[in-house]
Design a protein around this ligand. Structure first.
Ligand SMILES: [Zn+2]
Ligand SMILES: [Zn+2]
Length: 237
């Protein structure tokens, strides 16, 4: 795991991925509507790395053993992070607390029924599980894919005036999380902040004028992972 960097030169101000310093946002964040009021990735998830394999294996692992190995580990990551940093996330969007905690569904209704692992993870996390509700459903009206689509999800109930903490496993382009936030706001939610376990990054990508690859930039980040810091505050050391 690697602590994501705070927004600034070379770091997307929305999703904290590595970008060309002449821009303030990565390409998807620049081109899709921002329904989310804040995006807080817990860690970078380097393609092919340990966290990436866990994030893929917990729902798409071919054996129950593979899914069973990754799932509690991801639950522990989310629990530990939220215990320390839910306050930071609430401060980032100017609210006292989040009334409701919910998850981004899978992209189709069938898949969402079959793969309830993220709901299981959130329902085990003590800092948030008393507020957890399955609010969003995939409508099935939008084909699978990563694009932001207002019609992708619908809310099961009105959320008038409520503040929502949205949880997801992986951010690649943000299309699903932004679609989920759009549905929550259409239902009346005033504020939606996302905590996502892994901000997926490709180590071979050269984000700026060069020559450093994302893998090389990741290699410059402090080790080990610092649980006391998040993208909304400076590291303590
Ligand atoms: Zn971005
Ligand atoms: Zn924090």
């Amino acid at each position: 795991m690697r602590n994501p960097l705070a927004a600034g030169p070379g770091i997307c101000e929305v999703c904290h991925t590595f970008i060309d310093p002449q821009y303030s946002r990565c390409y998807p964040c620049m081109h899709q509507h921002q329904w989310l009021d804040a995006v807080v990735p817990i860690s970078y998830s380097e393609h092919g790395g340990q966290l990436h394999l866990a994030l893929r294996g917990y729902k798409d692992g071919y054996s129950p053993a593979e899914r069973g190995f990754a799932t509690p580990r991801l639950a522990a990551i989310l629990w530990y992070f939220l215990e320390a940093h839910e306050r930071c996330v609430a401060d980032a969007v100017g609210v006292d607390r989040f009334d409701v905690v919910t998850t981004v569904p899978s992209s189709t209704p069938e898949r969402d029924e079959a793969r309830g692992n993220l709901r299981w993870i959130v329902s085990t996390c003590e800092p948030i599980n008393a507020r957890f509700e399955r609010v969003l459903r995939a409508t099935g009206r939008v084909p699978e894919g990563r694009d932001l689509a207002i019609e992708r999800y619908r809310s099961e109930r009105l959320l008038t005036g409520e503040t929502v903490l949205l949880i997801d496993d992986t951010w690649t382009t943000g299309g699903h999380a932004q679609s989920a936030a759009a549905a929550l706001k259409a239902a009346g939610a005033t504020t939606v902040a996302l905590v996502v376990i892994g901000r997926h990054v490709k180590p071979w990508w050269v984000p700026g004028p060069g020559p450093e690859t994302v893998g090389e930039l990741l290699g410059l980040l402090p080790k080990p992972f610092d649980w006391t810091s998040c993208v909304r505050e400076e590291p303590t050391s």
